[in-house]
Design a protein around this ligand. Structure first.
Ligand code: BGP
Length: 460
């Protein structure tokens, strides 16, 4: 079998500022919630490693971009650190940050790598979080201003823009399940954060349209977790549909269709969880439809009807409406605890084709984090055949979707080189390239040589 992808297919990888730059207190950068949280509660982070100790892209970007070129990347996704560009979140622009991002963008382009830029990857400037973060409409305004500045500064060269990466994660982590700052557990506030994030998204889209960027596209990156019911029993089907509403359609529908699903609104209304809105929001959201959708796909969601009536005394939780279950015989990534289900990528794409106007899309993240990966090294090179298999099997399903007419334009691995990850720090390694944390030495893994060949042949 030969799997050849359409001409011009985007081969590359994804990163985020906080996870690769390092230099957290250098170059005029302001504090963001991660810097702050680490100072407050270092024990929350795996082996007490915080965002200061990342892979030092800030100083080594030239070397890193050479490696990207070497392994066949034609595209690369990074994020701008809001608190680096505008240290207080609003106000003065930091010239050192402008210089840094200009250098990175120019270096990428000089090496025939198209830069994709994401504006927000979980890294709220601390001052703005102190004002209420995404719960505050003033912060939404500040974000719009930041987005506009970024478009003006870099839009002459950057043609693919994204407003948010996985906007649901700060909602889940920060306001429902206690794995992100500010560690609030409150369903109603979570709904407000989710809603305001989409308003911020739509305002950034409006600012983007005003810029009239030639050939420019604006999108959003969503982590989609296809929802599979345990059985065709109506109760299981309903549970699965509601999980899909909360975890996928709460962002997918407004981003691509410009409005929220009616059933989601009804549920929130019934439980008095509806967010506060403002006049004109509806029109704003309608106009905030994206040109392009990035899909991060890691795992499916296996859903069944609840075994017991939920305890509805505590804060409102999506889990009042469904239970999760383990599919017998499922394949797992044991390190991260995520099910591996390659066909999910195909199901997502078919859903986009059938229900979302076949919007232009790409796989913006997919990947496999492995703990203690150095044990797989031979002569210093990590023999990550498991990662090659993982990517290849996902690509086969993506290829099938494309053959069936899905509008998928590329595949980006999470991630380019091993990097720092939120609370897990360096526990699970995801990169094509390994990074020695003590020396910062970069070494290609076996998968890097493999992807080079795949990119050069535009398939396998
Ligand atoms: C996604 C995020 C990334 C990245 C990745 C891997 O949700 O966009 O920032 O970290 O997941 O997950 P983790 O690092 O938590 O294992």
């Amino acid at each position: 079998n030969k799997y050849i992808f359409p001409e011009g297919f985007w081969w590359g990888s994804a990163t985020s500022a906080t996870q690769i730059e390092g230099a957290a207190h250098e170059g005029g950068k302001g504090e963001n919630i991660w810097d702050h949280w680490y100072q407050q509660e270092p024990d929350r982070f795996f082996e007490n490693i915080g965002p200061e100790t990342t892979s030092d892209f800030y100083h080594r970007y030239k070397e890193d971009i050479q490696l990207m070129k070497e392994i066949g990347h034609n595209t690369f996704r990074m994020s701008i650190s809001w608190s680096r560009l505008i240290p207080g979140g609003r106000g003065e622009v930091n010239q050192q940050a402008v210089d840094f991002y200009n250098h990175v963008i120019d270096e990428l382009i000089a090496n025939d790598i198209d830069p994709f830029i994401n504006l927000f990857h979980f890294d709220m400037p601390l001052e703005l979080q102190n004002e209420g973060g995404w719960e505050s409409r003033e912060v939404v305004k500040a974000y719009q201003h930041y987005a506009k500045i970024a478009f003006e500064l870099f839009g002459d060269r950057v043609k693919k823009w994204f407003t948010f990466n996985e906007p649901i994660v700060p909602v889940e982590g920060g306001y429902l399940y206690d794995f992100h700052y500010p560690n609030v557990v409150d369903g109603k506030r979570a709904a407000q954060v989710a809603y305001n994030t989409m308003v911020a998204h739509a305002k950034a889209v409006a600012a983007f349209r005003e810029c009239n960027m030639k050939d420019g596209k604006i999108g959003i990156i969503l982590n989609l977790t296809p929802s599979y019911p345990r059985s065709q029993h109506p109760a299981d089907l309903k549970a699965s549909r509601i999980a899909d509403l909360f975890f996928n359609r709460s962002f997918l529908d407004p981003a691509v269709l410009g409005e929220y699903p009616e059933e989601l609104i009804q549920i929130l209304q019934e439980y008095d969880q509806l967010p506060i809105t403002e006049n004109g929001d509806k029109e704003l959201l309608k106009a905030g439809k994206v040109d392009i959708l990035g899909v991060n796909y890691y795992q499916p969601r296996r859903v069944k009807a609840k075994d017991h009536l939920p305890n509805t005394e505590g804060p409102f939780m999506p889990e009042w409406f469904f239970d999760l279950y383990e599919m017998p015989g499922r394949k797992m990534n044991p390190y991260r605890g995520w099910e591996i289900y390659e066909k999910g990528i195909y199901d997502i794409m078919i859903n986009l084709k059938e229900n979302y106007g076949n919007i232009e899309s790409f796989i913006s993240e997919n990947g496999m984090g492995v703990q203690n990966e150095e044990r797989f090294a031979e002569n210093g090179e990590i023999q990550d055949d498991y990662r090659i298999d993982f990517i290849r099997e996902h690509l086969k399903w993506l290829h099938k979707a494309i053959e069936e007419g899905c509008n998928a334009k590329g595949y980006h691995l999470w991630t380019f080189m091993d990097n720092w990850s939120w609370m897990n720090a360096y526990k699970n390694r995801y990169g094509f390239i390994s990074v020695d944390l003590h020396t910062q030495k970069r070494t290609l893994k076996k998968s890097a040589y493999w992807i080079k060949e795949v990119s050069e042949n535009n398939g396998f």
